[in-house]
Design a binder for this molecule. Sequence first.
Ligand SMILES: [Zn+2]
Length: 265
Amino acid sequence: MWIDTHCHLDADEFEPDRQSVADRAWAVGVEAIVIPGYVASRWEHLLEVCRTVTGPRLHVAPGLHPCYIREHQSQHLEQLDSILQSVPCVAVGEIGLDTYLPELKSSEIYQAQQRFFSDQLTLAKAHDLPVILHVRKAHADIFRIVREQNFRHGGVVHAFSGGVEEAKRYFRLGFRLGIGGSLTYAQAKRLHAVVNAMPVEALVIETDAPDIIPAPQRQRGVRRNSPEFLPEVAKALAEAKGVTPETLSRLLAANSRAALRLTVQ
Ligand SMILES: [Zn+2]
């Protein structure tokens, strides 16, 4: 039994066969899938997917993704507030900061990212919810804003890309680290160091489908990641930590439940 803590099953890539993907994921033991939001114009569709697709339990984590900063408007925060009020959500996500892409780095754009991140932490606090973080090359500012906001609900740092020190600091602040298909890449040295250094209790797994295809599927020519490949991530993590898949399954389920509000619905 596995929980995919980050999967964009609402994405257009799954439009032709979404229900079959969910059925195949269910058949390989994916019991629950968390679908984070990214832009306000897609929230309705996201909720519709969660209402209609059967098989794994689908959980929603609506939010405004930092990479789509040019599309966000302040009224979207009000819309988010009313969704959080009326729909059972497991987190606010995915939110955070990204300075990896040059077009996201200009001071005006980066200031807007910080404003939307901070405002969404305020909303998460108001609704007593954890958050799903998207962070690339911006850990110091994330720590600063989390501290300024005195945010204590934790959550998941999805597709964790930091080093061991940052991993420890997030875990101390109540966040789990989202480990995905990158762990199956031999060249992902930094991620392997993080996984070796951290206790299993600090980790959760995710696919980030349709992105980040695990190495075995990539070698077979698969072009779209899918929640049905989550067991590949679990297998790589079980090997890295020297635990059986059964033990890992039990520990990760507990971690995922502690990090996100998976008890709703
Ligand atoms: Zn994502």
